[in-house]
Ligand binder design. Structure first.
Ligand SMILES: Cc1cc2nc3c(=O)[nH]c(=O)nc-3n(C[C@H](O)[C@H](O)[C@H](O)COP(=O)(O)OP(=O)(O)OC[C@H]3O[C@@H](n4cnc5c(N)ncnc54)[C@H](O)[C@@H]3O)c2cc1C
Length: 397
């Protein structure tokens, strides 16, 4: 069925639904879960394929033209239960909008917004986002208590609840939440919150080689202080013009007294080249740093350790120098990102050959669970309407 016919059907059956034509694609903007349910029932009945989107920043493998269901009109905080430390929101609220509301009340949903402030809660849950404070706080689904979700056949289901101990039996909440838009649409979510740390401090160290960089990181980690984030990278990515090739930043969070004490101790073991104190100042610095990182193509590979400090290959410096590459070591999630100013595909090919020595793997390799996924997908989405071409999963036919 072509898009013009689809538009006619939508206008005829659901005249109140807002529909836009964006670059030859249809985008619908439901206002509530009932409208989502009616739209999906219609699509299921007519076998119209759709993709759920939030801000639409991370859609992969979409066929063109396409029908998108955007949650951006559903961006309210439903309830902030201050004594329960929970918040219930609609799936289309952005992480920055929510963080600003929570900050006024001294609460934190600890998924950093610095990298992509416009990402929606639905999109972040669907991809189980972590972020730069993942080392301490984990990923967004670690805070999820309950979900409202519309299935590919249009039923509105509720899983979990508003208390911390809810899940008896299978954990459907996370199965649906983390399904990358392939098992339905996240309409509402309830999260547990933590109190906002009183103070944050960010300090920077420099290093001449990757070995020195990881050594300094290990020394800081050995103190078992309240680090929420640490990353190493090519020095110019931190805007440093000094001679050192590499630099790291570390973020401490906690009470003012604890952070000040920890900083004093650390000053005696590492050479601190830059220091930012004050929670808002640190967050503003990180937001600026990550928004200027840009969208350069990156080669990402990872380890099965949270921190990768003992696993980096010996000859990494040489490899980076010879290939004009820049590096980010994400201390919190065992991931290495390389970007290059020379030929990206050549660099990726070369790294692929080296991966065997690195004992690492590309992070975009698919998990070997395709058979289970296929069975589940066919059961829950019999007409295969919900994001069937998402390359994260094997295509079902
Ligand atoms: C702090 C932070 C940490 C991040 N960490 C990670 C990470 O660890 N791993 C990772 O893969 N990405 C990560 N990202 C990227 C993140 O996944 C995307 O920024 C986010 O998904 C984009 O949100 P969006 O609203 O633009 O989603 P979109 O680009 O619109 O959609 C992204 C995916 O989510 C699905 N989706 C969107 N809304 C819904 C909904 N309401 N119901 C069901 N499915 C929906 C879409 O179908 C698509 O598969 C991170 C981003 C940030 C800001």
């Amino acid at each position: 069925m072509n898009l013009d016919s689809i538009k006619i059907i939508i206008n005829e059956k659901l005249p109140a639904l807002k529909v836009d034509d964006i670059q030859g694609n249809i985008v619908v903007y439901p206002q509530d879960s009932e409208e989502i349910s009616s739209f999906i029932k219609l699509c299921n009945h007519k076998a119209i394929q759709i993709i759920p989107i939030g801000s639409g920043s991370q859609i992969i493998g979409a066929k063109q033209p396409q029908v998108y269901l955007s949650t951006r009109k559903m961006n309210r905080v439903i309830e902030l239960a201050k004594n329960d430390l929970t918040v219930s929101v609609e799936g289309g609220i952005s992480i920055k909008e929510l963080a600003d509301i929570l900050r006024q009340e001294n609460f934190l949903l600890p998924i950093s917004y610095h990298e992509k402030p416009s990402s929606t809660i639905g999109g972040l849950l669907a991809r189980d986002a972590g972020g730069i404070e993942q080392y301490a706080y984990g990923t967004i689904n670690d805070y999820l208590l309950g979900l409202e979700f519309v299935t590919p056949t249009g039923e509105l289901i509720k899983t979990g609840g508003k208390t911390v101990k809810n899940v008896t039996g299978y954990d459907f909440t996370r199965l649906f939440a983390k399904s990358w838009g392939t098992l339905g649409v996240i309409v509402r979510a309830t999260f547990k919150l933590i109190p906002m740390p009183e103070e944050k401090a960010l300090f920077i160290t420099e290093a001449a080689s990757v070995d020195d960089l990881t050594q300094a990181m290990k020394e800081v980690l050995s103190k078992r202080f309240a680090l929420v984030s640490f990353m190493g990278m090519s020095a110019k990515m931190l805007g440093l013009t000094e001679d050192s090739k590499y630099a790291s930043f570390f973020v401490l969070a906690g009470s003012k007294i604890a952070v000040e004490h920890q900083l004093q101790v650390l000053k005696s073991i590492v050479d601190i080249k830059g220091l930012i104190t004050g929670r808002d100042n640190v967050d503003a610095y990180l937001e600026k740093l990550f928004s200027s990182k840009g969208s350069v193509s990156k080669i990402r590979f990872g380890t099965d350790r949270r921190s990768l400090l003992d696993l980096l290959p010996r000859n990494l410096d040489e490899l980076l120098n010879n290939n004009s590459m820049e590096i980010i070591l994400d201390g919190g999630n065992g991931m290495v990102e390389l970007s290059t100013s020379s030929d990206f595909n050549e660099a990726k090919k070369m790294i692929t050959e080296k991966l065997q020595d690195f004992k690492m793997c590309f992070t975009d390799n698919r998990a070997p669970l395709d058979i289970l996924y296929n069975r589940m997908k066919k059961e829950l989405d019999p007409n295969l309407i919900m994001y069937p071409h998402n390359p994260r999963f094997m295509e079902v036919s």
